[in-house]
Unconditional design. Structure first.
Ligand SMILES: Cc1cc2nc3c(=O)[nH]c(=O)nc-3n(C[C@H](O)[C@H](O)[C@H](O)COP(=O)(O)OP(=O)(O)OC[C@H]3O[C@@H](n4cnc5c(N)ncnc54)[C@H](O)[C@@H]3O)c2cc1C
Length: 270
């Protein structure tokens, strides 16, 4: 049985800049890392391997240099790493990205049952959080987003119970398998590779599946299969904040000042 972890190579955002002319991310010369949320997805897969002996595969859609990201996953102990790379996959939006990832998961499922797909909550570059649910929809798997704990995995009854981290509360959800879960940082603390594994991973195979392998209709993938148009990318600008009154010593007076200010700007409904 497989657990599949979807990992994306992203630019190290502390150093990313936006090209003011083209409104695109400047990717040249920028160091790449595994999307931070995906390191937690990967760790959770490895923990399931440790506990249940499941086979772990990592998949990543990206350019040839994303191989380095997958090799890091081999150094951590995954059994199989697959790079989905083809010119025809390029320029994909989330719809086309989830299509290619879902097809690769189906191909693995034909080799051995995929019982769980684990994604990060979102990426730190695209930031949409759409790809995990997109994969689940395409595969007709249940989707459990924002998971901060796998409480139970029952391989006999083929069910999973997870805890979801929502705003101000938790939710406990049970689902049948196979399922897609997306995970938040709180779920675990990722491990470091051991030296022997890191050395072994240098010679290990990262499989490459191009479109000759996946055989997808070109109109449904890459730029041609992407209905999204990006008009502009910009960093949000916020006005400088203002501290009103003394909320600690005079909360009522401060609340009144705030209400007066909002009323003066006609921001109150009364
Ligand atoms: C018109 C258009 C063209 C684009 N062209 C390009 C381009 O040429 N090159 C480019 O890099 N981006 C391109 N993008 C951005 C691209 O759409 C997104 O980066 C991609 O679809 C993933 O979305 P996201 O980053 O918001 O992922 P999210 O939905 O935030 O990711 C959630 C989780 O899904 C999984 N995941 C997401 N993407 C991948 C992946 N590729 N491989 C494995 N797992 C993944 C990870 O587990 C991740 O944590 C383009 C976007 C648009 C709209």
């Amino acid at each position: 049985m497989y657990v599949v972890s979807c990992i994306k190579q992203v630019p190290d955002t502390t150093q990313v800049q936006i090209d003011p002319v083209t409104n695109t991310l400047k990717r040249e010369g920028v160091p790449f890392i595994i999307n931070p949320y995906d390191t937690h997805a990967l760790e959770e897969s490895l923990r399931l391997k440790d506990r249940f002996g499941l086979r772990v595969a990592t998949i990543s859609m990206g350019p040839p240099n994303a191989e380095a990201t997958l090799r890091k996953s081999l150094a951590l102990g995954v059994d199989e790493a697959i790079l989905l790379s083809d010119r025809s996959f390029g320029g994909a939006d989330t719809l086309a990205t989830s299509k290619v990832l879902a097809e690769a998961i189906l191909k693995l499922d034909a080799q051995d049952d995929v019982i769980l797909v684990i994604c990060g909550k979102q990426t730190i570059d695209g930031d949409t959080a759409q790809v995990g649910p997109g994969i689940a929809t395409r595969l007709n798997y249940n989707q459990l987003t924002l998971v901060d704990k796998i409480e139970e995995l029952d391989l006999t009854k083929m069910k999973i119970i997870v805890r979801r981290k929502l705003e101000g509360r938790h939710e406990r959800v049970e689902s049948s398998l196979p399922a897609v879960i997306t995970v938040v940082r709180e779920i675990n603390k990722p491990r470091y590779p051991t030296v022997p594994r890191r050395l072994e991973s240098e010679d290990a195979e990262v499989k490459v599946w191009n479109n000759q392998v996946l055989k997808l209709e070109e109109q449904t993938i890459g730029l041609k299969g992407s209905p999204t148009m990006v008009n502009k990318i910009f960093s949000p600008q916020r006005d400088k904040g203002e501290i009103i009154g003394d909320g600690i010593n005079d909360p009522e007076g401060t609340a009144k000042l705030l209400v007066d200010k909002l009323a003066a700007k006609e921001l109150l409904p009364f």
